[in-house]
Write a protein that binds this ligand. Sequence first.
Ligand code: NOJ
Length: 551
Amino acid sequence: MSLPESTDAWWKSAVVYQVYPRSFADSDGDGVGDLRGVESKLDYLAELGVDVLWLSPVYPSPQDDNGYDISDYRGIEPVFGTLDDFDRLLAGVHGRGMKLVMDLVVNHTSDEHPWFVESRSSKDNPKRDWYWWRPPREGVPAGAPGAEPTNWTSFFTGPTWELDEATGEYYLHLFSRKQPDLNWENPQVRAAVHEMMRWWLDRGVDGFRMDVINMISKDTALPDGPGGDGSAHYLHGPRLHEFLREMHREVFADRAGATMTVGEMPGVTVEEARLLTDPARAEVDMVFQFEHVQLDHGPSKWDRTGLDLRDLKATLGRWQAGLADVGWNSLYWNNHDQPRVVSRFGDDGAHRVESAKMLATVLHLHRGTPFIYQGEELGMTNYPFTSAAQFRDIESVNHHALAGDAALPGLRAMSRDNARTPMQWDASPNAGFTTGTPWLPVNPNHTEVNAAAALAETDSVFHHYRALIALRHSEPTVVHGNFTMLLPDDPNVYAFSRSHRDTELLVLANFTSKEQRPDLGFPWWDAHLVLGSHSNRGATLRPWEARVYRQ
Ligand code: NOJ
């Protein structure tokens, strides 16, 4: 039985906007976005109508992975500002009736975090056991090929183990060698994380997006994996649920539903997500799953294939059905790790505006909490990268170092830097992002694709997002309605309905550059049109058109 609407969690009717601070707005001309820059754009976000800001990491960090390598959990990286700037930003967010969610990166720290500095200092340091230290593989001298304690490959290429010459042991890093994994088996580690989380909540933040949080429990036997894939031994490890429930008890339980949590979980299944997001189990509010953003991957993410719309429907439909009676979905196309959706699943050429609106409509009408990534509301596109020297992202740079220029087409389509080029505020030379030299080049299409133009144009992608957000806030069916997938085998049109009490919403979306005449067996075009991407009527959907009907 579902809760009555009035007592339902606030984040079910919320829309979240992700800010990647480095690329959002630069207030001091150093070419890197900062907190004062974010503060200066709060009215823009309020106008869009979003409820929550998720701030990617702004903590002190050597920036090996753009802030996902944290060296102090209780401060602000000077390039982004100060704690005072942060407090002012938070007050500005709350003053506009919005909430702010921080990024929590606690699967690993930076190797420059004092915890790790201590841990590596000697084998008998009290913090030695805060990280995963292991001797070389038996019978193989330290440093020799194959001496690593397991054969696992890191997410950023190369082994997941780094030899520390001083003590002759290896430490585990699932990501870069500057991101050593914390040992959550140690209760002191967990207590230190909980204390830090309470510190931020006491400061006023409203929750956390939890980075790769399904990697915190590992198989302590650390077995090898097939072909170097160790994921079976560090994804959803034996103590994951226990650790999350403990965290909930220690950090969130006495805050009476005021907070929101979303756990980033590569490889999570619907079955796992039901357990993880069941409110009765008190673990996390929702998870980021990855299945729908892997449908166009070949053997690796760099081998991009086309998207078969039927696969997208099958995947998202399975998640809708799986979390229909328990738990809750997050909904996203984009974030700082994904290429731009309009370039990926839409048409970023002739139909950029239409396909951006269509993709937004489909996502926002699903059941769950939608996440918008900065610039998505403008229909921002991938960057026209032409050479390896243009990439800054550690994952892209390492991939190129291994695969050479043959990797360029894959990088151009899939590199995380596609998401990270500066936010396009206006048509001026640096798109209004900075008065200095931007840390990553601005997309040349900013002369056309920018916020100033979008605000001025009533038909823009921005105003379509605004209408979708407003619809969610005014129409309970968008939040609570049951989801039914229609036409699952149609390769061109995405169609579904949402029903709640005596209201039914029907959503139709053309995923092609050709006209489509979907056959639902009844004259759907006679219903009341609530929202559309075109000013169109009748039985024919124009290229990339989306419509929402009420019946
Ligand atoms: C997931 C984050 O979204 C990504 O940007 C980062 O590189 C890894 N986790 C490691 O923290």
